[in-house]
Every structure is written in structure tokens, then in C-alpha cells.
Design a binder for this molecule. Structure first.
Ligand code: ATP
Ligand code: MG
Length: 257
């Protein structure tokens, strides 16, 4: 299984400040697919993505990415991370930001132009990032994750603040990237975007409450739309919670946490 997996997570435990975000997550993400990570604000999406790209301090368990420990040096060119809020220099132009990263990664010459076209920022290429509109700035962060044609693209809420037309275009772009063989992990709290993914991970309070597909999610819950399906899963999860909680506490005690 490991050969076919882009990401394998076993027993992941993460504490951030005083919050225990994950008490032991197990998870496999297949290669070449678009996996959506969905769940309410604060459930742990960003923390999980950070663990996958290797920038999150973890307190236990293993995260294996493309066969290597997360964050390992050989992964630096193969894994891209588009952060929520974006890690770009506001006082540089769009082209300078992309070009700088391209140089660091040793990307081919035409790469910046390819990315400018893909994210629809050709006309803003010479504009400083801090003068862009919110949606344009979001697309710069996304563009940063596309430079160098990485094998695994991890995007944290890439479509936040974008209009519906642009969102559709970007999802078409994600689909194109996956058809070319890239693996995408995309977080969102917009449930209708769930339908555009091949696989779905639904999170709640630091737990994966469903590892499914869009079709199976709707079938399993009998819901007509993904919002209703997610609410149904949350209700089901709450019903199960009492039975599960003592076990979890005992497991944590036994693990010495
Ligand atoms: N540096 C920190 N110190 C303490 N707690 C933190 C820290 N960073 C995150 N947390 C907590 O960890 C939990 C998970 O946060 P995370 O950012 O992963 O959520 P999220 O699902 O990405 O939320 P959102 O949809 O709002 O982006 C939250 O309860 C958050 O308050
Ligand atoms: Mg987040």
C-alpha cells in the first residue's frame, strides 16, 4: 500500500499551545488524486496540512510523504504548500515572487509564465503584491504552489474570497494538474467544493469522521447536497461520541499522554 500512497499517517499526535489538536490520527492519501479536506473552522485542517508538508512540530506518530518522512530534504522540490493567507512578499511584484521561488527551486525558464497563465495573473505580473485585490493575492499564493511542477500540491483553502467564476476555473486547473499525475490535497470549508474532489476527508474536532468519496458521502447519508450530508455525519458522530470518549481517554492514559 505504501508504494501507492502519497501520504501515510500513523498515530499522529499534535499539540499546539495548550490545545491537543490530534490525539492519534491514522490516514492514507492516494497518489494522483484530488483529496479534499473539509471541516469546520478550528477542526485541525491547517495543522494536518502543516504536518504533511513537514512544518508542524508533532508530538507522536509518523507522517510519510512520497515514501520519505514529512519535511525530508529530498521532498523540498517535490512538495508544494500554498498556505492560508499566503507566504508572499508584498513589496515585490507578482513576477518577482514567482521568479524568486522558481530560482530557488531551479524551475525551468518558462515556468513563471506558465504559472501566471494558469492562475490568470498575466496582466498583474508587474504589479506589487500589496496592491492586488484580495482574490488576486489569493491567486499569487496558489501560483507559488505551482512553480516547479511539484508531485504533491498541498493547498490550504485556495479558493477563499474568490468569485464563483474563478473558483470553477481553479477547480478545473486542479483537475488538469491531477490528470497530469500530480497529487492534490485541498482544504476547504465550502462543502460544494467537496463534489469536485476524488476523495474526501471530513474532519471534526481533530478527528477524521469520514474517509469517503463524494458519491458515497451522499449515498451513505441519504442527503441531497454535501452540506446536509456533512451535518448528518456530525449528528451521527455526536451520537457516537459518548461511547467513544472514555475509550479515547483510556487509550491516551495508556499511551502515557
Ligand atoms: N499556535 C497555536 N497555539 C494554540 N492553539 C493553536 C495554535 N495554532 C492553532 N491552534 C488551535 O489548533 C486548532 C486547530 O487549528 P487549525 O488552524 O488547524 O484549524 P483549521 O481547521 O485550519 O481552521 P480554519 O478553517 O479556521 O482555518 C484550533 O483550535 C486552533 O485554535
Ligand atoms: Mg486553517
Amino acid at each position: 500500500m505504501a508504494g501507492g500512497a502519497a501520504v501515510e499517517i500513523e498515530g499522529l499526535r499534535v499539540r499546539r499551545g495548550r490545545t491537543e489538536v490530534f490525539g492519534g490520527i491514522d490516514l492514507t492519501i492516494p497518489r494522483g488524486r484530488i483529496t479534499g479536506l473539509l471541516g469546520p473552522s478550528g477542526c485541525g485542517k491547517t495543522t494536518l496540512l502543516r504536518a504533511i508538508v513537514g512544518v508542524q512540530r508533532v508530538d507522536g506518530g509518523t507522517v510519510t510523504v512520497l515514501g520519505q518522512p514529512a519535511g525530508a530534504r529530498p521532498l523540498r522540490h517535490r512538495v508544494a504548500y500554498g498556505t492560508q493567507g499566503g507566504a508572499v512578499y508584498g513589496d515585490l511584484t507578482v513576477r518577482q515572487n514567482l521568479g524568486y521561488l522558481g530560482a530557488v527551486l531551479g524551475a525551468p525558464k518558462g515556468d513563471v509564465d506558465r504559472v501566471l497563465d494558469e492562475v490568470g495573473l498575466r496582466d498583474q505580473a508587474g504589479q506589487r503584491v500589496d496592491s492586488l485585490s484580495g482574490g488576486q493575492a489569493t491567486r499569487v499564493s496558489l501560483g507559488m504552489a505551482l512553480v516547479g511542477s511539484p508531485d504533491l500540491i498541498v493547498l490550504d483553502e485556495p479558493t477563499v474570497g474568490l468569485d464563483p467564476v474563478l473558483r470553477v476555473e481553479l477547480w478545473d486547473l486542479f483537475r488538469g494538474l491531477s490528470e497530469r499525475g500530480a497529487t492534490l490535497i485541498v482544504s476547504s470549508h465550502v462543502m460544494d467544493e467537496a463534489l469536485r474532489c476524488d476523495r474526501l476527508l471530513l474532519m471534526r474536532s481533530g478527528r477524521i469522521i469520514a474517509d469517503t468519496t463524494p458519491t458515497a458521502l451522499l449515498q451513505d447519508t441519504g442527503a441531497e447536497d454535501p452540506d446536509a450530508a456533512f451535518l448528518a455525519l456530525i449528528r451521527r458522530d455526536s451520537r457516537d461520541a459518548e461511547a467513544r470518549r472514555p475509550t479515547t481517554r483510556r487509550a491516551r492514559r495508556e499511551a502515557g499522554a
